[in-house]
Design a protein around this ligand. Structure first.
Ligand code: FAD
Length: 398
């Protein structure tokens, strides 16, 4: 009889849940997901939570396969040589394999006053606090959203649609990822919603005060509620545990998603940096990486060589309130194409992709092993150009 194999997954987000569900293909594998909350957070709805159109939670039994154990706790340390993790509540959990899927949150702002007076939106708790702050503010009070990336655009549009007076400070280009045509469409929609967009190099925020935001060109904008959407950060758990991480703190793996330090540790989602060349942080990518991390473990258990990750991004979608969006089609190298779908059709596609990010998890819970995704050989080429070697044999860090 086979011995039971214990897999612990740190983080019950898109990557962790997908990995856990996929691992249920084998009866001799026991999976434990450790996550601070008892509810799954579809983070791509957090701007809706701030705007009051969604609560951005899903009950775990809806997305997690039966038989996967959920421990509501936070991992405070990974003991790689001892193959165990320490929990905030005390105690340890041992593993044969560990999947590090701790995701991302807001980056710590370096601008004076921002940590004190600006509100992040990148976690459930942060978005809930932002919602409360907005509810406490007068309806006509000025709101400044800092950051011209997808989260900033989505938040500004959502709040403006709820009747808020919003200024979006980009600190550079509006929607840098978008093709210029899609960017113009987004700018028009934001203007129609009443959002004042400040873009260009002079619009970098240099200081945040209790009721104002200062820009590089000296302008001072009144702001009752300031929302900070600039960049994502990752938990420092891997770094604190002595594992090799990239400059941001993502766990560095090879192309099979195995830690460069330890064959029993894998990483997936926003907190993973395969070959120190991480994929774009996204729910879509997280699900695919989660599935691939599970496949690597299943291959090792079966005594087969694990495959390198292969993944291409078909699109990026930015909502512009509830009635419009830009569904930007992408090339295999994840750069924007000329083609995009805007307006109501774009909003429909965006809603479908939000629903699918959860439906994929449900499908994998019901039929483990079923999740598949578009592949492309672009990554292989980039890695070969960067390293001059085959991606699956990327050298392990010392
Ligand atoms: C407002 C907003 C809009 C977005 N819109 C989109 C979009 O339209 N499309 C898209 O693809 N992506 C979008 N994203 C990004 C997307 O949400 C993330 O890329 C995705 O959630 C990453 O999934 P993940 O599984 O890696 O991590 P997460 O979803 O962050 O899950 C990680 C989990 O690990 C838990 N965790 C962390 N540390 C520990 C620990 N020490 N112990 C135990 N558990 C821990 C966290 O609490 C969390 O539950 C958006 C993000 C935001 C904030």
């Amino acid at each position: 009889m086979n011995e039971n194999i214990e897999v612990v997954v740190i983080g019950g987000g898109y990557a962790g849940v997908m990995a856990a569900n996929r691992l249920t293909q084998r009866d001799d594998v026991t999976v434990t997901v450790i996550n601070p909350r008892r509810t799954f957070v579809p983070r791509l709805r957090l701007h809706q939570l701030a705007g009051g159109t969604h609560d951005a939670t899903v009950a775990y039994p809806e997305v997690l396969a039966e038989g996967v154990r959920l421990v509501a706790d936070t991992v405070t340390r990974i003991d790689a040589p001892g193959r165990s993790v320490t929990l905030a509540s005390g105690g340890t959990v041992g593993y044969d394999y560990l999947i590090y899927a701790a995701g991302s949150g807001s980056a710590e702002p370096s601008v004076p006053g921002a940590s004190e007076f600006a509100r992040p939106i990148a976690t459930l708790e942060a978005a809930q606090q932002l919602r409360s702050a907005l509810e406490a503010a007068p309806a006509a009070a000025p709101v400044v959203v800092v950051g011209g990336g997808p989260t900033g655009i989505e938040t500004a549009a959502e709040l403006a649609e709820q009747g808020r007076r919003v200024t979006l400070v980009c600190g550079g280009v509006l929607g840098p990822y978008l093709h210029p045509r899609a960017r113009r469409t987004a700018a028009r929609r934001l203007a129609r919603l009443g959002v004042t967009v400040l873009d260009g190099p002079d619009t970098k925020v240099t200081a945040v005060a209790r009721r104002a935001v200062r820009l590089g060109d000296g302008r001072e904008l009144p702001s009752e509620v300031t929302v900070w959407t600039v960049g994502f950060g990752v938990p420092d758990l891997a770094a604190r545990s002595g594992l090799t991480v990239d400059a941001v703190g993502r766990l560095i793996t090879d192309e099979t998603l195995t830690s460069v330090d330890d064959e029993r540790i894998l990483a997936a989602g926003d907190s993973a940096a395969p070959s120190d060349l991480p994929f774009r942080m996204s729910a879509y990518g997280a699900g695919c990486l989660g599935a691939h991390a599970a496949d690597t473990i299943l291959a090792r258990i079966a005594g087969e060589p694990p495959a390198p990750i292969d993944l291409s991004f078909p699109a990026m979608c930015v909502s512009l309130g509830r009635r419009a969006a830009v569904f930007q089609l992408a090339r295999k190298d994840d750069t924007a194409r000329r083609l995009y779908v805007g307006g109501r059709a774009g909003a429909k596609l965006k809603e479908i992709s939000c629903q699918f990010s959860v439906k994929h998890l449900v499908a994998e819970a019901r039929r483990p092993g079923s999740h598949s995704w578009p592949k492309g050989d672009h990554r292989k080429q980039v890695l070969q150009a960067e390293r001059g070697g085959a991606p699956s044999t990327v050298a392990r860090a010392s």
